[in-house]
Design a protein around this ligand. Structure first.
Ligand code: G3I
Length: 349
C-alpha cells in the first residue's frame, strides 16, 4: 500500500502544473509579473472563436484602435467613445486590466487636427481632447499610452503637427493633462525599436529623465517590440530593457509584441518564431521592472501586418493562425515564462 504522501504530492504537482499552464496570464502571474495581455477591437469580441481565447488566456487588454484620436474625436467637439466602451466594458466584466492606447500619436490624426495652424489653438485642442477622453475612463484603466512614437530611429524628434506647433512641449502638456484628468492611472511613453541599443533608445531615456526632473507625471515606458523572425537585430534585448528601466527609474512593459514572418510561412520559420517568442517573453521576465507582456493581437486573421505597406510580404505574426489553431509561438511564449527570467539565449545576429 503506497504511503499516501507521495501520491498526494504527485496529485498536487499535477494540479499546480495544470493551473500554471491554464493560460499565459496565470503562468506569468505565477512568475511575479502583473499580466500577459493582448490588443482587442470590438470585431474580435464579436468573433465567437476569438473571444473565448481572449477571455481564457489574457489578463490585460489594450484598446487596439478604439481610443485613438481618429476613432474618438474624428469630428471636432464630437466624441465617439461607444466602441471603446464596448472593449473596456468587456475587459472589466471579464476581470481584465485595461491599457488605453493612444492619446497622442501622429498616426490617424483627423484632418481638422492636421489643419490647426497655431500653437495656442493646438494647446487648447490637446488639453480638451485628453481631458475629455481620460476623464471618461477615469478609475477604469491600469495605464495609458499617453504619447506614442515620439522619435525617429536616429533619435531625432518625429515630425508631426504636434511637434511642428509646440516642439517637445506637446509631450509635457499631454502627460500633465492626463494626470490631471485621472491622477491614479499609470502614464506611459510608448515607442518601437527601443528593445535594442541605439540612438532611439538613448533619446527615449533622455526624454524620460528630463520629464522626471521637471516633475512631469510619467510612470512607464512601453517597448512595442514588433519583430521580424530571426532578424538577429535584437541581441541583448534583456540588457537593453534593463538599461531602459534602470536609467529612467520607471516601470517598463512590452506593449505590442508580434513576430512577422517573410512569406510564405513554413515549418522552419514557425520554429524560429517559437524561439523569438520565447526569447522576447524571457527578456521581460529577466527585468524586475518589466510589469508584463502584451501581444498585438490573437489570431493572424486580423493582424495589422496584412494591411500595412511597411510589412508587405510578411505574414503570420501571432500565436494563433487564421483558423485559430495554436501555433508553436504559443509554446515559445510559455517557455519564455517558464524560464522565469533566466537570461534569454542570445539570438543570431
Ligand atoms: O474601423 C474601420 C472600418 O469601419 C473600415 O471599414 C475599415 C476599412 O478601411 O477600416 C477600419 O479602420 C481600420 C482600423 O485599423 C481598424 O481595423 C483602419 O483603416 C486601419 O488603419 C487601422 O489600422 C491600425 C493601425 O495601427 C493604424 O491605426 C491597426 O489595426 C493597428 O494594429 C495598428 O497598431 C499600431 C499601434 O497603434 C501603434 N504601433 C504600431 C502598430 C502597428 O501599426
Amino acid at each position: 500500500m503506497p504511503r499516501p504522501l507521495p501520491l498526494l504530492l504527485v496529485l498536487i504537482h499535477l494540479l499546480l502544473f495544470a493551473l500554471v499552464h491554464a493560460s499565459l496570464d496565470s503562468a506569468i502571474k505565477l512568475s511575479g509579473k502583473l499580466y500577459f495581455g493582448t490588443a482587442l477591437d470590438p470585431r474580435h469580441l464579436s468573433d465567437t472563436r476569438c473571444e473565448p481565447i481572449a477571455r481564457r488566456e489574457f489578463g490585460s487588454i489594450t484598446t487596439e484602435n478604439t481610443l485613438k484620436w481618429g476613432e474618438t474625436q474624428r469630428v471636432r467637439g464630437n466624441f465617439t467613445l461607444e466602441d471603446a466602451e464596448t472593449v473596456v466594458g468587456w475587459a472589466m466584466g471579464a476581470g481584465k486590466t485595461v491599457r488605453g492606447h493612444a492619446l497622442v500619436w501622429h498616426g490617424g490624426v483627423p484632418d481638422w487636427v492636421e489643419q490647426i495652424q497655431t500653437a495656442e489653438e493646438m494647446r487648447s485642442v490637446l488639453q480638451a481632447h485628453i481631458t475629455t477622453v481620460v476623464s471618461r475612463f477615469r478609475g477604469r484603466l491600469y495605464a495609458w499610452d499617453v504619447v506614442n512614437e515620439v522619435f525617429n530611429d536616429d533619435g531625432s524628434w518625429r515630425e508631426s503637427v504636434f511637434f511642428r506647433l509646440l516642439g517637445a512641449e506637446y509631450v509635457r502638456l499631454a502627460f500633465r493633462a492626463a494626470n490631471a484628468a485621472d491622477p491614479e492611472v499609470k502614464l506611459y511613453l510608448n515607442d518601437y525599436h527601443i528593445h535594442h541599443q541605439g540612438p532611439k533608445l538613448d533619446a527615449v531615456i533622455r526624454l524620460a529623465q528630463d520629464l522626471r526632473a521637471e516633475g512631469v507625471p510619467i510612470h512607464g515606458i512601453g517597448s512595442q517590440t514588433h519583430l521580424v523572425v530571426a532578424d538577429g537585430n535584437t541581441p541583448g534585448m534583456a540588457q537593453s530593457l534593463q538599461h531602459l528601466a534602470t536609467s529612467t527609474g520607471l516601470e517598463i512593459a512590452l506593449t505590442e509584441v508580434d513576430v512577422r514572418i517573410p512569406q510564405p510561412a513554413n515549418r522552419r520559420k514557425l520554429r524560429e518564431q517559437h524561439g523569438d517568442y520565447e526569447y522576447t517573453v524571457a527578456a521581460c521576465l529577466a527585468v524586475p521592472q518589466c510589469v508584463g507582456v502584451t501581444v498585438w493581437g490573437i489570431s493572424d486573421r486580423y493582424s495589422w501586418v496584412d494591411d500595412s505597406e511597411e510589412t508587405r510580404g510578411y505574414d503570420a505574426p501571432l500565436m494563433w493562425d487564421v483558423r485559430y489553431v495554436k501555433k508553436l509561438a504559443y509554446e515559445g511564449a510559455m517557455k519564455g515564462i517558464e524560464g522565469r527570467g533566466r537570461a534569454p539565449r542570445r539570438r543570431r545576429g
